[in-house]
Write a protein that binds this ligand. Structure first.
Ligand SMILES: *Cc1c(COP(=O)(O)O)cnc(C)c1O
Length: 393
């Protein structure tokens, strides 16, 4: 595709992108090379939790960039230490390892569990994951994922992952054997179509894993950092997992991820784990600014309230258009269509003039909403009004 003078042919082809280039973002709005505005309910894939270019992040980046960008991962730095403390003070975990992407954090979780199994469980190393789950695009995290077709795409897979049916405690129980070291799941399956784990299932899973001496790993790359109205989604079930991974929202738009674990599980020794950019102060300074914003009085209550507002508006829309309802948690929601018009609605939303709407359709019969956590009721109303028109078309 030709974009004015820019030729995109030098980019490796991995996906179909529309013939436009985004040049500017502010809050819930993105602006392309022609100046056209788009109401953004994708937000970098549930990443930009404070919206586009929030002042907190711009300030954190410029201040830190002028002070210290990279001392090397062999040394402590201020933002790395402060962010780790803030995360442990506000979760059930004791220690944090910072990474760059969700997949990398999950790789770390898999390694930590396997090492723990070698030391404490006679070499147990198998991990139970779930059908339709998504844990990333590295070979191990693709093998952990329950996405159709991924078992053969880059075969051979990394061995040691067994898939259970989601929300089915008997299925998990049946898969636990002497080689099982952990169960890993998303509290809400995001890429799988916004499917929440039932509170009772999470509670039963914690009791089962505890009884069988198996670790519980929550992949909160999409659900963490306030997305569901609590800082972490596991809190809704009142459970205490052993390991958690974070990504997406923790960086508010910059590459930052984290692996958290309880003290008793932390068994890495020097040389076991690392990474050139782990704890990089430029990124952790942003993570610190983001986390402080989420912890400000009233912020998470606002996410919860606007999640309910969005839910109610989607239900009204569903009733008006004869759709099949909505589901989700906080500001991670999906509208269930009565047919497979999802991709077409997404395309027409993008092309709408004078203002476009950015939505995602993780499955042909679903539309997914992952707005900024500080999205306003007015912006939700605007989105609903545009979507109302698209559903009529
Ligand atoms: C997005 C996502 C990942 C992968 O994160 P990357 O930063 O793309 O590597 C892993 N797990 C879940 C639940 C995700 O939503």
């Amino acid at each position: 595709m030709q974009y004015q003078s820019a030729n995109t042919d030098s980019l490796m082809y991995i996906t179909n992108r529309p013939a436009l280039v985004f040049e500017r973002g502010e809050g819930s709005w993105l602006y392309d090379h022609t100046g056209k505005a788009y109401l953004d309910f994708i937000q970098g894939w549930a990443v930009n939790c404070l919206g586009h270019c929030p002042p907190e992040i711009a300030t954190a980046l410029s201040t830190q960039a002028a002070q210290l960008i990279n001392p090397s991962p062999a040394f402590y730095n201020g933002p790395m230490v402060k962010l780790a403390s803030l995360l442990t003070e506000n979760s059930c975990f004791d220690r944090v390892f910072f990474a760059n992407t969700g997949a990398e954090a999950n790789e770390g979780a898999i390694k930590l569990a396997r090492k723990w199994g070698r030391l404490n469980k006679g070499g147990a190393h198998e991990i139970i994951t779930f059908d339709h789950s998504f844990h990333g695009r590295t070979l191990a995290t693709m093998s952990a994922s329950g996405k159709a077709g991924w078992d053969t795409l880059y075969a051979p897979q990394v061995p040691g992952f067994h898939k259970a049916a989601y929300n089915d405690i008997a299925a998990v129980d049946a898969l636990i054997g002497p080689k099982t070291v952990a169960v890993m799941l998303e509290p809400v399956q995001g890429e799988g179509g916004v499917i929440p784990a039932e509170v009772e299932f999470l509670k039963a899973l914690r009791a089962l894993t505890e009884a069988r001496g198996v670790l519980l790993i929550v992949d909160e790359v999409q659900t963490g950092m306030g997305r569901t109205g609590k800082l972490f989604a596991y809190e809704h079930a009142g459970i205490t997992p052993d390991i958690m991974t974070l990504g997406k929202g923790i960086g508010g738009g910059v590459p930052l991820a984290a692996l958290l674990a309880r003290e008793a599980i932390c068994c890495f020794e020097p040389g076991d784990q690392g990474g050139t950019y782990n704890g990089n102060p430029l990124m952790t300074a942003v993570g610190l600014a983001v986390t402080k914003a989420l912890l400000a009085p009233g912020f998470l209550a606002g996410v919860e309230a606007r999640g309910q507002y969005l839910s109610q508006k989607l239900l009204e829309l569903s009733a008006r258009h004869g759709l099949k309802g909505e589901r989700g948690s906080g500001l991670l929601r999906a509208l269930v269509l009565a047919d497979e018009r999802g991709p077409d609605i997404v395309k027409r939303g993008l092309e709408l003039a004078p203002q476009g709407l950015l939505l995602n359709s993780p499955r042909p019969n679903l539309l997914r909403f992952m707005p900024a956590l500080n999205v306003s009721e007015g912006e939700i109303d605007q989105m609903i009004a545009i979507l109302d028109g698209l559903l009529k078309g």
